[in-house]
Design a protein around this ligand. Structure first.
Ligand SMILES: [Zn+2]
Length: 161
């Protein structure tokens, strides 16, 4: 049986990392409003791991909640620190299907014919598979950026950092 997918809630400082995690296939809520207490109690209720760059929040950890301290200036460094934290907490990171980078919605495959209004012809010609966010309607295609990111995730994994 597969491990359950890892789910996160990222604090307000980590918006860019949150968007990347969604593309990697991690269900990631982005906590932009509300107190730290609201952040931790909703994380507990939803079974999410808290991602924060706030050391104070990290020190408030209780045993029923995982809080990862995310350090680094670039998302690459932050991703490395996330993987290191997962290892030190003994958590296996398991991703699912890519999600919408903007809203964390579920993506569904879409036919080219249905996208003529939203996507430029040049893009329709160059790519074969398209996905549409069920929540906000944003269209995604697997361009070079997408495959670079998936490659990066596999690299992190193969190194077993
Ligand atoms: Zn969306």
């Amino acid at each position: 049986m597969r491990d359950p997918e890892s789910r996160f809630v990222a604090d307000a400082m980590l918006g860019s990392l949150a968007r990347k995690l969604r593309i990697f296939g991690f269900d990631t809520r982005y906590h932009t409003r509300g107190t730290d207490r609201e952040l931790t109690s909703s994380a507990k209720a939803e079974g999410r791991i808290v991602l924060t760059s706030d050391r104070q929040l990290c020190n408030q950890r209780d045993s029923s909640l995982h809080v990862f301290l995310i350090t680094g200036r670039s998302d690459r460094e932050r991703m490395l620190s996330l993987v290191a934290e997962a290892k030190s907490h003994g958590i296996q990171l398991t991703e699912g299907e890519s999600r919408c980078a903007l809203c964390n919605g579920t993506l569904m495959p879409s036919r080219k014919g249905e996208l003529r209004e939203q996507v430029p012809d040049s893009v329709l010609r160059r790519h074969r598979s398209f996905n549409v966010c069920m929540d906000c309607g944003k269209v995604y295609w697997k361009g070079r950026h997408w495959s670079r990111m998936r490659k990066f995730l596999n690299l992190l994994r193969s190194k077993k950092i």
